[in-house]
Design a protein around this ligand. Structure first.
Ligand code: ATP
Ligand code: MG
Length: 879
């Protein structure tokens, strides 16, 4: 059976059990402060488990793209080393939202979940029952005082021999969403794919959950029946849910009769391609095999993320992606000897394996290739630079052990991987002070942890079962009641409150647009400021500095109108800008991200070249024409997705199942959008692009401003111009005046250079007189008032007169220190002196570094006060 058939079999089976088949949610999570990437099938359904929203379909099944590289689930370090953990994988899942009921299509619980999983694996997919084991939660005696899951045990006992039902502890068989929230016992299904011989020797039961590569968990059935509170206590959930997850790649391994996920038809074409490109062979050497698995795995994770709109970057989710890609590049570099970009060449075969099931890969193929190639290129440069830096660290190491803090600096500041450092040191006969490295690492972790640590209290529920209503498209004020609140504190933001209302006019951060600010009018006359608004698990949460005193009262919630209007103008302008770019540059332009603030807007898009001045002008004029045209907003809040797309609406990244689709139209611009907009494009008043730049290979960024901000922009430009004119003594033609000033400046510079040269010539004679003989060497260490180039000339001039010189000159220029060392070539050869090493060592006195050749080298630093000491130390190199 091919992997494609297996995926379909799974979905069809649950379709036959009255499940609604839904598409995978995006792997990159947006608008959820608690999660960067989807790491389990249930993520997109969280709000149903929490009871914030009712599910449209009670039974659902899908195949979800997951990524386990950060937070609670992080398998990154295992990937490649073993044969059954991936960073990105597909999780097949079936769900029931809500409790068991009588009718066929209603919710179900343990009995059906267990029976159906067994039916699918053994009847439909024909896995040998003798290869399967199941686990049941054994209960835990600790503070939770949880009972064994007898219910699941009984259901299993009806279909599975007793000796194949194993008891599992809390770590393996009790599932929790986080520190708080829904949780419950689970039952796992494990498969033993060892040879008959091995099975006869060691029983499979003894290998379950023992990290054996051929006795692996394939399916986890979670039965959510409790809610964990902030104080650790458990309370029963009013409605119970089923949440299952099966590893697709592992299932394919079992059904295709291979011993590793990497031998399935999902991975083997990619592996063949890696072999071809890198001229290696898979299956002959463990180090090479690991490297090939790492690369085959990571190229998927990176490609899927980019297709989902997440580019590698220096922060957040983008940084995680960058690190994954770099891990693969480094394995290629170290174990396959690849020093050129090559991973981008794997995108092609990846698209042919997965492009049908995930069309976004096909659509974004060129972008993925470009971005990966560019990232590879720059990281390979970093690696090379890192090697040089590491070399200088080794040179300055007196013992045979390299300081862990220095290695950490290489890792932290230059992105040079620590295992590569260790490997190179080992090859050169040095050891790494691992303890020191760990310590430095730990210290940094503590620093960033304590800065980001957040403690959340329990939600205080004032009224439950209220579905929140958002009225902010039509109103900026509303009378609201608190339905729940909690206290949150963090070192960074101090203490604040999160408030949820039954109704709210506040727009929560999302779709690139910032959250509303504003205030609450409290009956006693007090005001409570709302400093931000965000969405969490599909609920709008208001961030307040304090808690209103009478929580039961009705409050007037008022959105900051000015900020909202400016933000709306920027959001509408973003749509017009998008339309303009596609008209003017071409339809290859696709939105890659946006940020809509009250003060400015930012728009990232795919395009291969820098925009010319004319293009920028045309784009501005296009947008301004639509502002002048006073196009009214045409909004449709409830269109079926397909209809919206048919009408030509631009959808961004894969929308999530169950989202209501809203279309926003201004003239010919139609987009799917949840943001707030002006009533008429005339309200934007004016539009101005303030910058255009590249942010990644093939991705450009435009920043622009509208309305009041444009007025401020021109007012500022005007005053700068007035000031410039003033400085130039108010000439008729300021441009001409500036040009003649520049010409004069060039001429003067030349004169100064000549004067300095003359001065140096005189100086040469003086300095030759000051030479002092030390140990047969003519020595001089002195501070001069010359620039770097003149000092170099001077040194070489002096060198023409004598061949036994050691010169160290220091100078201070613009608050910076410079050392330069000249040693006659004869001395370099005879006495093995090295100016490069000397300036590097003396560089520490001026807090800097440098290098050069053995006979001439310079170091720059930020501490001119250290020049004196460096000059004094110089003598020790000649005595
Ligand atoms: P394991 O103990 O093997 O890491 P898990 O307990 O982390 O698995 P779950 O969180 O229960 O797994 O996820 C459900 C299913 O998803 C697992 O039964 C497994 O088949 C699959 N799975 C989990 N992690 C990975 C991964 N990193 N790569 C591929 N498949 C995975
Ligand atoms: Mg795991």
């Amino acid at each position: 059976m091919t992997s494609k058939e297996i995926r379909n079999q799974f979905l069809n089976f649950f379709k036959g059990k009255a499940h609604k088949i839904v598409p995978s949610a995006p792997m990159v999570v947006r608008d959820d402060p608690t999660l960067m990437f989807t790491n389990a099938g249930m993520n997109q359904f969280k709000e149903f488990f929490l009871g914030n929203r009712k599910a449209e379909h009670v039974r659902v099944a899908d195949s979800q793209k997951c990524l386990r590289v950060s937070g609670k689930h992080n398998d990154l370090e295992e990937v490649g080393k073993d044969t059954y953990h991936h960073t990105m994988f597909e999780m097949l899942g079936n769900w029931s939202f809500g409790d068991a009921a009588s009718s066929d299509t209603a919710g179900y619980f343990k009995k059906e979940a267990i029976q159906w999983s067994w039916e699918l694996l053994t009847d439909v997919l024909k896995i040998d029952k003798a290869d399967l084991y199941v686990t049941v939660f054994e209960g835990s005696e600790d503070a939770d005082n949880l009972e064994m899951d007898k219910e699941a045990y009984e259901h299993w006992k009806a279909i599975v021999p007793k000796n194949r039902i194993l008891m599992g502890d809390k770590k393996d068989n009790f599932w929790e969403m986080g520190d708080q929230g829904p949780c419950g016992p689970c039952s796992e299904i494990h498969v033993d794919i060892r040879t008959a011989e091995e099975k006869a020797k060691t029983s499979g039961a003894s290998l379950v959950n023992q990290d054996h590569p051929q006795v692996v968990e394939i399916w986890n059935l979670v039965f959510m029946q409790y809610n964990r509170k902030a104080n650790g206590a458990l309370e029963p959930l009013p409605a119970k849910h089923v949440d299952t997850g099966m590893g697709f790649e592992r299932l394919c391994m079992v059904l295709q009769g291979v011993k590793s996920n990497y031998d399935t038809d999902i991975f083997s074409p990619i592996i063949r391609e890696i072999e071809t490109i890198t001229n290696t062979k898979y299956g002959q050497n463990e180090d090479i095999d690991i490297a090939i698995r790492v690369i085959a795995d990571h190229v998927r994770a990176v490609a899927f993320s980019i297709a989902d709109g997440q580019l590698p970057s220096n922060t957040g989710a983008g940084y995680v992606i960058r690190r994954i890609l770099r891990r693969a590049i480094r394995y290629g570099f170290t174990f396959l000897g690849i020093k050129e970009p090559f991973m981008f060449r794997l995108v092609n075969v990846l698209v042919s394996v997965m492009g049908e099931a995930f069309p976004e890969l096909k659509q974004q193929r060129h972008l993925i290739e470009n971005v990966v190639r560019e990232e590879e290129h720059s990281f390979l440069n970093t690696l090379e630079q890192g090697l040089v830096l590491l070399e200088s660290v080794i040179q300055s190491t007196k013992t045979k052990t390299v300081d862990g803090h220095k290695a950490f600096e290489l890792y932290d500041t230059y992105g040079f991987p620590i295992d590569l450092t260790a490997l190179i040191l080992e090859e050169k006969g040095y050891a790494l002070d691992e303890k020191g490295f760990e310590k430095a690492m730990q210290e940094q972790k503590e620093r960033s942890k304590s800065a980001s640590e957040i403690s959340k209290g329990d939600w205080e529920i004032l009224s439950s079962d209220v579905e929140q209503e958002f009225v902010g498209y039509d109103l900026l004020e509303a009378d609201v009641k608190l339905t729940k609140y909690r206290r949150v504190s963090s070192k960074k933001d101090g203490e604040h409150y999160q408030l949820v209302f039954n109704i709210t006019p506040f727009y929560p951060e999302g779709g690139g647009q910032v959250g509303d600010k504003g205030y609450l009018e409290v009956p006693n006359g007090d005001v409570v400021y709302i400093v931000d608004t965000k969405k969490e698990n599909n609920e709008i949460v208001h961030f307040a500095k304090s808690l209103p005193r009478h929580t039961e009262a009705t409050f007037r919630a008022v959105v900051d109108k000015k900020q909202r209007q400016r933000t709306a103008a920027n959001h509408t302008a973003t749509h017009l800008l998008h339309q303009a770019l596609r008209e003017i540059l071409g339809s290859h332009v696709e939105q890659k991200g946006s940020a809509v603030h009250s003060k400015y807007l930012r728009f990232d898009f795919s395009h291969f070249a820098k925009l010319t001045q004319e293009e920028i002008k045309s784009v501005e004029e296009f947008v301004r024409a639509r502002i002048d045209g006073q196009l009214p907003l045409q909004e449709n809040r409830n269109v079926p997705m397909t209809q919206a797309l048919d009408e030509g609406a631009m959808a961004l990244f894969g929308e999530k199942y169950g989202d209501t689709v809203r279309t926003i139209r201004f003239g010919q611009s139609i987009e799917l959008c949840g943001g707030t907009h002006v009533r008429n494009t005339g309200d934007i008043w004016h539009f101005k692009i303030v910058s255009e730049s590249a942010i990644a290979a093939g991705i450009r960024r435009i920043e622009a401003i509208t309305s009041d901000a444009v007025k401020d922009f021109y007012t500022k430009s005007e005053s700068v111009l007035a000031e410039l004119k003033g400085l130039l003594n108010n000439p008729q033609d300021p441009v001409k005046a500036l040009e003649s000033l520049q010409n004069e400046n060039t001429r003067l510079k030349k004169d100064v250079e000549q004067l300095l040269k003359d001065k140096a010539k005189n100086l040469k004679g003086e300095l030759l007189n000051e030479l002092e003989e030390v140990n047969g060497i003519q020595f001089l260490a002195k501070k001069l008032d010359l620039d770097a180039a003149s000092i170099k000339d001077l040194s070489f001039e002096m060198g023409n007169s004598r061949n036994d010189l050691f010169l160290l000159f220091g100078t201070e220029q613009n608050g910076k220190a410079l050392l330069s060392c000249y040693i006659s070539k004869a001395l370099v050869a005879e006495r093995e002196m090295n100016a490069g090493t000397i300036v590097r060592e003396l560089g520490k006195f001026i807090q800097g570094g440098g290098g050069g050749q053995p006979f001439f080298a310079t170091a720059g630093g930020k501490n001119p006060d250290g020049i004196h000491q460096a000059l004094q130390e110089a003598r020790k190199y000649v005595v």
